[in-house]
Design a binder for this molecule. Structure first.
Ligand SMILES: CC(C)(COP(=O)(O)OP(=O)(O)OC[C@H]1O[C@@H](n2cnc3c(N)ncnc32)[C@H](O)[C@@H]1OP(=O)(O)O)[C@@H](O)C(=O)NCCC(=O)NCCS
Length: 434
């Protein structure tokens, strides 16, 4: 916590293990920590009818050091991969969503806007933009067949969605071809009918058909078995709005004007040579980033094509800045964030929370604190209400001093068909999933 002036709590004081990355600052009192541990141990005891059948780390194997790290099941010959889709309940049919098609993109956008992740109090819901979805789903080498929808046969209404995109992810010394699974969503009216396991099996099948056997994903829920458990932190940029919409609360003994003053930022960035990344910077940024990410146990293995796709600025989707040394012209530091608004549910005055999410940052010459402070300044200048960051990589070292407050949800990282001997600390993770 940032003294008594940080966001002191969300509207509910209980931890929210079910909220995914929806920001929701809360206090990190001892009681909450204990509650979290109790909830975690309860979820370890829970039955997982689906996940217990899958090649993932199982809770019963926790602490068994005889099990080797690495793939759990070996690949099968492609001819042995099931050739036809899994069966859906009879009213529904599979569809491949062509996200290049404007109408399809709008259908996906509408499904997610109305049915995707909410915080536990149902005050906010992720509102990924259409441009964001096109960006997230079309990285180099993407497969259209991995953008999977479910429609009602009769009406053709899109009612569920799941996606994969290819990625090379390094786990310790091994670079593994994986898929990053994201945007799992079932329409609110079709929940708890075991549709999600069918969707997960179907995307897995289509991934296998491309001879890929591992996956990475994150979730707010505990399922077998997280490789790491991380926390979101939130830096108020527009504290009045955040308080007005119930995202954060006025701290004890704080007035609105003192709170606004507390979070005030300079008008312009402070680091000499700080500028937006351009296409010509791709080789230098790739070198910088590859070198930096090599220190983490799990991190993407980015080449120049990946960096061009994932990190070249795209308006209202991803922003990247770097430090070009005024003396040597060398690119020494880098920071980036992506744009993910949330719908504010049922507020008279506001409909959208504009949030920036810290993405990849590299500090070699500029202290990380100063670099991220400049990112905050840019974000504030561009009208973001809040800047969110996970406690992964080196982020933890700067969060408190930059007046981030801890959120109340946790984000669990998972690998499919890849066992880790021990859970990683957030600081050992060098991977950000959208
Ligand atoms: C997540 C969601 C698709 C699950 O669908 P559902 O109708 O609630 O659940 P179903 O009855 O179809 O399936 C339940 C199974 O899916 C698993 N499951 C639920 N959420 C999951 C997730 N986020 N990732 C992986 N598996 C998940 C459950 O653990 C359960 O399996 P188990 O019995 O082995 O534990 C749905 O709740 C939803 O759309 N929620 C809002 C969006 C969201 O949270 N998406 C996930 C983002 S990580």
């Amino acid at each position: 916590m940032v003294g008594s002036n940080s966001p002191s709590g969300s509207p509910g004081e209980t931890p929210k293990p079910n909220s995914d990355a929806i920001p929701h600052p809360d206090n990190d009192s001892a009681i909450e920590a204990v509650t979290q541990r109790v909830q975690d141990s309860l979820s370890l005891g829970k039955k997982h009818k689906f996940w217990e059948t899958q090649p993932v780390g199982q809770f019963r194997d926790l602490g068994d050091t005889s099990l080797p790290e690495g793939p759990i099941e070996q690949p099968t010959p492609l001819s042995e991969v099931k050739q036809e889709p899994y069966n859906l309940p009879s009213p529904y049919e599979w569809t491949t969503c062509d996200i290049d098609n404007e109408d399809t993109c709008i259908e996906v956008y509408n499904l997610l806007t109305n049915n995707y992740v909410e915080d536990d109090e149902n005050m906010f819901r992720f509102n990924y933009s259409r441009e964001f979805l096109r960006w997230a789903l079309r990285p180099p080498g993407y497969f259209k067949s991995w953008h999977i929808g479910v429609r009602v046969k009769v009406s053709k209404k899109l009612v569920a969605f799941i996606t994969g995109v290819p990625a090379r992810i390094r786990v310790r010394d091994d670079v593994v071809k994986m898929t990053e699974i994201n945007f799992l969503c079932v329409h609110k009216k079709l929940r708890s009918k075991r549709l999600a396991p069918v969707m997960i099996k179907e995307v897995t099948r289509r991934v296998h058909l491309e001879n890929i056997w591992q996956a990475a994903y994150t979730a707010g829920v505990v399922i077998p078995t997280p490789i790491a458990t991380c926390q979101y932190w939130h830096r108020s940029l527009n504290p009045k709005k955040l308080i007005d919409v119930g995202f954060s609360r006025l701290g004890a003994r704080m007035t609105m004007s003192r709170t606004i003053k507390l979070y005030k930022l300079p008008e312009s960035t402070t680091t000499p040579g700080f500028r937006k990344m351009e296409l010509r910077d791709v080789p230098a940024v790739t070198r910088l980033l590859r070198n930096y990410l090599s220190q983490f146990a799990v991190a993407p293995d980015f080449d120049e094509n990946d960096v061009e796709h994932w990190l070249l600025p795209k308006e209202n989707v991803v922003d990247s800045y770097l430090v070009e040394s005024p003396d040597t012209r060398e690119i020494t530091d880098f920071c980036s964030f992506y744009t993910l608004p949330s719908s504010i549910l049922g507020n008279q005055n506001y409909s959208t929370l504009k949030a920036a999410y810290s993405y990849y940052n590299v500090s070699t010459q500029t202290p990380l604190l100063q670099l991220i402070n400049d990112a905050l300044i840019v974000a504030k200048h561009n009208d973001y209400d809040v800047f969110n960051a996970l406690d992964i990589m080196h982020n933890e070292s700067i969060l408190k001093e930059l007046k981030f407050g801890p959120g109340d949800g946790q984000l669990h990282y998972y690998l499919y068909n890849y066992r880790m001997s021990n859970a990683l600390k957030p600081s050992e993770l060098g991977l950000v999933l959208l």
